[in-house]
Write a protein that binds this ligand. Structure first.
Ligand SMILES: *[C@@H]1O[C@H](CO)[C@@H](O)[C@H](O)[C@H]1NC(C)=O
Ligand SMILES: *[C@@H]1O[C@H](CO)[C@@H](O)[C@H](O)[C@H]1NC(C)=O
Ligand SMILES: *[C@@H]1O[C@H](CO)[C@@H](O)[C@H](O)[C@H]1NC(C)=O
Ligand SMILES: *[C@@H]1O[C@H](CO)[C@@H](O)[C@H](O)[C@H]1NC(C)=O
Length: 386
């Protein structure tokens, strides 16, 4: 008994020692920075291949463990002078929102009030707007997953005209604007800054990676612009945890972005994170932790969201088995397309970016509710609360 007691006391003592070893260890790495870390620009990746697009090119000297980041991606990395940093959220809306929220909550470690943000990921491309390998810069991020859903096979007799099995909250049919919204359906970011990043990327003179022979062959099966070499262009991104493929949903979501944005968004890429990250950003922008004017959204196109009409093929077979050439060119083009802006922020920090006067937005920025003030040119005056 007594020995047991001593043993259990020892165990308690040991765990205290272990705790005090691990906490000061973490505290030490925090204390090493005499002042807060103030990145000039932070690159936000969503998963490992996107992360490697940057970590293989930029010499990140510091790996900082930040509580609340994804267990798969626990580090916030920075170059020697902390001007350029990078972290990875994990994929999907939940991981994106949670990781961004925890990062921005670390007020004792970071001062992000003047930081620029480059959300840089790969995504699916609509062949009526883009081709694979293209670098796209968005003004709008649209969340298309917030919908009622019914298997469309149940509608064949009753609603043969419905394009798919989805319709918006509070709506009676797929063509109606939602009457009930969650507030994350659509975000608009700074157009002037977007255009700066776009122009720098277009003028840089580096050519994009066009991809493998298979990538090029696949493009040839589509019509223009999908059969062209990759381009650098402005167009918008959708967010949905649901990874859709096929022409019906591609066209349906294309139409839905037109409805949700009141015809102002030009959707070309689909991904799984932007709106979620933007929701975390907007909440912290509201309290001054970050500046919502300083966000740039870039997606490079890794795949087509639908098969070419010239190819008469089972869509599942096309999605899973058709030789498409991989997505390495989209990963390479993240760096090629995004680096000119990263470099510009650092090189022209004092003259242009620190105060950011040249990039005061002319357009509305924020969400569907006008959380940061101003009035969006999308959305309705009133919604019913559900
Ligand atoms: C940072 O972490 C990565 C692994 O994610 C590792 O490869 C790299 O060497 C680390 N760098 C430093 C400076 O510890
Ligand atoms: C993301 O934001 C865009 C507009 O900025 C919006 O259209 C889209 O619905 C949002 N997606 C999510 C998942 O919030
Ligand atoms: C999309 O909109 C166009 C034009 O209004 C319409 O012809 C087409 O049927 C719609 N497609 C889907 C899938 O909603
Ligand atoms: C957007 O479209 C909806 C549905 O047609 C309409 O009720 C709303 O007033 C429009 N919003 C703006 C800002 O034009």
């Amino acid at each position: 008994m007594f020995l047991d007691h001593i043993a259990s006391q020892l165990l308690v003592l040991l765990s205290v020692v272990r705790l005090s070893l691990s906490y000061p260890y973490q505290a030490q790495s925090i204390l090493k920075h005499e002042s807060k870390i103030t990145p000039k620009i932070v690159i936000v990746s969503m998963f490992q291949p996107e992360e490697e697009a940057w970590t293989t090119k930029i010499d990140f000297k510091h790996n900082i463990t930040v509580p609340g980041l994804s267990p798969m991606y626990p580090y916030f990395r920075c170059v020697k002078d902390y001007s350029i940093c990078q972290f990875t959220t994990g994929e999907g809306e939940i991981n994106a929102a949670t990781s961004v929220a925890f990062l921005l909550s670390n007020a004792q470690l970071f001062d992000f009030s003047k930081s620029y943000w480059l959300l840089a990921g790969i995504g699916g491309g609509d062949p009526s707007k883009v081709t694979t390998g293209s670098v796209t810069f968005a003004k709008y991020a649209i969340q298309v997953g917030l919908q009622f859903q019914i298997d469309s096979r149940e509608l064949i007799d009753s609603h043969p005209d419905w394009p798919a099995g989805y319709f918006s909250y509070g709506a009676q049919n797929p063509w109606d604007y939602p009457d009930s919204v969650y507030g994350t359906e659509i975000f608009e970011v700074n157009e002037k800054l977007r255009d700066r990043a776009l122009l720098l990327s277009q003028n840089h003179g580096t050519t994009l990676n066009e991809g493998t022979e298979q990538n090029i062959n696949l493009r040839q099966l589509y019509e223009s612009p999908a059969n062209n070499p990759p381009q650098i262009l402005a167009c918008d991104v959708t967010t949905s945890d649901n990874y859709f493929t096929g022409s019906i949903l591609a066209d349906y979501y294309n139409n839905l972005t037109t409805i949700l944005s009141n015809g102002t968004a030009n959707y070309c890429s689909s991904a799984q994170e932007e709106n979620a990250s933007l929701e975390a950003f907007i909440r912290m922008a509201k309290v001054g932790v970050i500046d919502f004017e300083r966000i740039v959204i870039m997606r490079t196109i890794s795949n087509f969201v639908k098969s070419p009409t010239s190819l008469h093929m089972d869509p599942i077979d096309f999605f899973l088995n058709y030789p498409k050439g991989g997505f390495q060119h989209a990963l390479d083009n993240l760096y090629i397309g995004g680096w000119p802006f990263v470099e510009d922020v650092v090189n022209n920090w004092d003259s242009m970016y620190k105060e950011g006067h040249d990039f005061k937005p002319d357009n509305y920025i924020g969400d569907i509710f006008g959380t940061l003030g101003g009035k969006p040119n999308f959305g309705k005056d009133k919604y019913s609360i559900s």
